[in-house]
Design a protein around this ligand. Sequence first.
Ligand code: F6R
Length: 608
Amino acid sequence: MCGIVGYLGHKNAAEVIVDGLSKLEYRGYDSAGIAVVNEGKLEVRKFKGRLSVLAEDIEKNNLEGNLGIGHTRWATHGEPSDVNSHPHYNQDKTIAVVHNGIIENYMELKEELKSEGIEFKSETDTEVIAHLVDKYYKGNLLDAVYKAVSKLRGAYALGVICKDNEKELVAVRKDSPLIAGVGEGENFIASDIPALLKYTKKVYFLENEEVVHIKDNELKIYDSERNLVEKEIYDVKWDIEAASKGGYDSFMLKEINEQPEGVKNTLERRLDDDGNIVLEGIKISKEELEKINKIYIVACGTAYHAGLLGKNALEKYLKVPVISDIASEFRYNENFVDENSLVILVSQSGETADTLAVLRDVKEKGAKVLAITNVVGSSISREADEVFYTWAGPEIAVASTKAYTTQITSLYMIALNFALAKGTISEEYYKEIINKMKKLPEKIEEIISKQEKIKDIAKKIVSKEHVFFLGRGVDYSLAMEGSLKLKEVSYIHSEAFAAGELKHGTIALIEGETPVIAIATQEKLFEKMVSNMQEVKARGAFVISIAQQHNESVEKVSDEVIYIPNCDDMLVPILAVIPMQLLAYYVSTMKGLDVDKPRNLAKSVTVE
Ligand code: F6R
């Protein structure tokens, strides 16, 4: 979704902002723009297309000034075009605004402003903000922003500047991400940390409705009542290397390769000297666990798929029914959440709008909320009762890979820890499975080291129009993830089917040479899966199976087999997904697509 960078300091603002926006490209966008104040003049440049279009324009026609705001837009209101791009400005072009989010009451505000004689240039909701700030501006920008936001309903992160003062920037956030950064004689605002890492590691995470006022060399934060807020500054632990490609040709490939380390860190940093899981910070007592009669795991996309595997682990270990749902559905359904419910929210970014909305709703109903997230300081991490951080490191590619495997690892650790506390698993099993989990990183490495085979298989499906993924039980959950990965980065139509459902309709789609990726990792379902593979093979499908090394009999019903190292049935999903991630990566790059930034997609979905 949209990216924001704002700067006031001693450097050329345009340079800092374009550089910062380039670090936010992963968020997805379709146009880019900048506004700079210099010598009493506000200059705005904005273009549809890649950030390079803006950068080239700035290179040709220098943009001087030390104060500016920049934006990458992911269109919501109005098509991608130069005029709809941000920054937006008032009639006299004295005030400029960048915005991430959606203003829900923009139509009524627009009508009101039009009736007062304002002419609108764009179709966006954002433009109303520029005119509103102008309406309330009487020489004090901070006053005007407070008055303007009091009229807004919806979600917003805003950066506002005015030509009257080249040493002042005002920013505010509500339900859309925004951070502030503090450097040496310079201050920043941004949608996410990577935009600032080159300049500073000192950031403030802003709470909802907090207002940042950068004036001269000072940065102050106020609450919605305009009280000064004393906040702790956060020292970012990772450096620019972690957020760069580090020799790989794409972030997706780098992040696939980082999975052994991500899983290792997520697991081992929480094991004490005796090899027991310590859920630092998570305070759920045995009594509370016994009171919990319903567990919900709610998330979107890949995080939802990880949640499905979490459901399996929690039900097996804790002996409590678990409902796993998609946040955008869950929030509008009758969900029966109450004070005896535990709601686990899974979100890499910690900013996904639907997941955040579920958090607020279930907290109101008295449920305990445990968040699994990768981003320290994100909205979900701040508002949840308990947080379990995945140690994946920054995930930049739009298609989630290392977040998924670390989310599953986290869910298993939580399930094991709760089950041991509740006495629903034995100490012996607990120790045994943790020891097996410790071996996962080297097994992931082994799969990655044999990726040539996956590359060869990719060649066989690159020109196909449809690909189907089959599985039973947890392999069906994996099939959903494999299918999502392939379709989002390769644009090939793919679908996941529960193998037992084939005969009830979907097998009609299978015809000569249709690639079917059959996941057959579960011992107890292996024979059933082999029968389903036979059924599709008999109808001409090209069957590519994923199986544990010892299950060689799969070869009889497969055209290609991708073997993964033998592993406990519970843990095998963390391995079996790796070949599917690599397959999606290779098919996408063979088609010459931008694997890190697939069309129409955004990394962090901060609108509903
Ligand atoms: C797919 C993908 C998305 C995200 C989803 C939720 O590869 O990345 O499906 O998983 O948008 O995002 P988070 O986890 O940030 O809540």
